[in-house]
Design a binder for this molecule. Structure first.
Ligand SMILES: [Cu+2]
Length: 169
């Protein structure tokens, strides 16, 4: 009986601790769902910057007379949901496009796409053999040593401007 009495005062503390633990667990489990159900307006209020870091960005140098070129980079997500990139632009180009490279019937070709997806917490590699960006209607030839600003926009209106050096292919 003495042992029961001793345990008595400890029990409310134990229950309180379990409740706190349960609440923390519930919050952790619900968080990704909250993010997924955010409206675009809320998401862009939370951050106006497309949640990614960029390395190895480069624009392929082209000789005078060539009016289009490719842009490559590695994008790493800093977000716990997929980021759908839906737009690209650059002051160096009349317009720019999101591109995919696909092989079908032993033919490899590239085509425009509406969306490139940066997976949640993952990587999107833009390369000459895969997904990439293209700058069209170049306003002037791009020489190695120049740096070209390129702005990506996602489906939620967030933007990220990359300063991409021009490099020889
Ligand atoms: Cu291309």
């Amino acid at each position: 009986m003495t042992s029961t009495r001793r345990a008595g005062p400890a029990r409310p503390l134990l229950i309180a601790a379990l409740l706190i633990l349960a609440a923390a667990l519930a919050a952790a489990l619900l968080r990704p769902r909250d993010t997924a159900t955010q409206t675009p307006a809320q998401a862009s209020q939370a951050s106006g910057t497309l949640p990614a870091t960029v390395t190895d960005a480069r624009v392929v140098a082209v000789p005078p007379g060539i009016r289009e070129t490719s842009v490559f980079a590695t994008l790493r997500s800093t977000w716990d949901a997929d980021v759908r990139i839906t737009g690209v632009s650059s002051p160096a180009a009349g317009h720019a496009m999101l591109m995919v490279t696909r092989t079908q019937d032993n033919m490899t070709g590239m085509s425009m796409t509406d969306t490139l997806t940066l997976p949640a917490g993952g990587t999107l590699t833009l390369s000459d053999t895969g997904d990439h960006l293209m700058l069209m209607d170049l306003k002037e030839p791009l020489q190695p040593g120049q740096t070209i600003p390129i702005t990506l926009t996602d489906a939620e209106g967030r933007t990220l401007t990359i300063q991409a050096p021009v490099m020889k292919p």
